[in-house]
Design a protein around this ligand. Structure first.
Ligand code: 13P
Length: 272
């Protein structure tokens, strides 16, 4: 039985507007009000300008909010950047770091991602740290080497934050989440099969255990073309602890179906 509480997070990417958000979040909220899925955690990650609007629309609901990025600088003359302090001020619980779209198109390196993780953790934000290989890396047999490099970097930074780093409050283990997102599965409609995803998750978990000795406690989400049709078989895998959802997070019925699939495969017993 899984002991980790699944997390389903919607990464809206650069989508949404005030009217769209009102409809989508209104539907999520109403449905989860009728049918609370207490066995899982649910988060939505809208673009920065809508975090406050989402906060108003979700006030009093169990749906948490996350941001899609954060600056590694505390504040000051960094035009266009958004600080961890601002995200906390807006009531965010989570931040995504290291998404492959940022690694690829903005040139973010492991060091950049770790600096963001450290800053976010120092401000008490939960981290969803993304890793994953490209098609070329997979086809040339380098999947495990790439994952090992990314995990080692992120876990090094996270362990430092968990020990307290330079701040007073250490990051609790459940606030560091990894998301395995094979780049070839993102937005392509071509999800990794449950077996291929499980193989990567098991490798990531063994690496975590070797590095931090806590492999079993850390949640590892799968992301990449998760849909209602494949969510159940992915979440049934022993090392898959929920999902980071792109396109399907923009459709209320699909996102809810994915959340229900995660709840159905949760081993956590909850008191209602
Ligand atoms: P899709 O679900 O659209 O493939 O996107 C996955 C993703 O990148 C989530 O961060």
């Amino acid at each position: 039985m899984k002991t980790r509480k699944p997390l389903v997070a919607g990464n809206w990417k650069m989508n949404g507007d005030t009217v769209f958000n009102e409809h989508l979040l209104g539907e999520l909220r109403a449905s989860l009000g009728r049918e609370p899925l207490a066995a899982i955690e649910i988060a939505v990650c809208p673009p920065f300008p809508y975090l406050a609007q989402a906060g108003g629309l979700l006030a009093g609901s169990a749906i948490e909010r996350g941001a899609q990025n954060v600056s590694d600088r505390p504040n000051g003359a960094f035009t266009g950047e958004v600080s961890a302090t601002m995200l906390v001020d807006l009531g965010c619980r989570w931040v995504i770091v290291g998404h492959s779209e940022r690694r690829q198109s903005m040139g973010e390196t492991d060091d950049d991602v770790c600096a963001k993780l450290t800053m976010a953790a120092a401000h008490g934000l939960g981290i969803i740290a993304c890793i994953g290989e490209t098609l070329e890396e997979r086809e040339s047999g380098r999947t495990e080497a790439v994952l090992a490099r990314q995990v080692d970097a992120l876990v090094g930074a996270a362990s430092q934050a968990q020990r307290g780093g330079d701040v007073a409050a250490p990051m609790p283990a459940e606030r560091f989440v990894l998301a395995y997102e094979p780049v070839w599965a993102i937005g392509t409609g071509r999800s990794a099969s449950p077996e291929i995803a499980q193989q990567a998750h098991a490798f990531i978990r063994s690496r975590l255990a070797a590095l931090a000795g806590e492999g079993r406690a850390t949640r590892i989400l799968y992301g990449g073309s998760v849909k209602p049709e494949n969510a159940g078989s992915l979440f049934a895998m022993p090392d898959i602890d929920g999902g980071l959802i792109g396109g399907a997070a923009l459709i209320a019925d699909d996102f809810l179906a994915i959340c229900r699939a995660a709840a159905a495969h949760s081993g956590v017993s909850v008191e209602r």
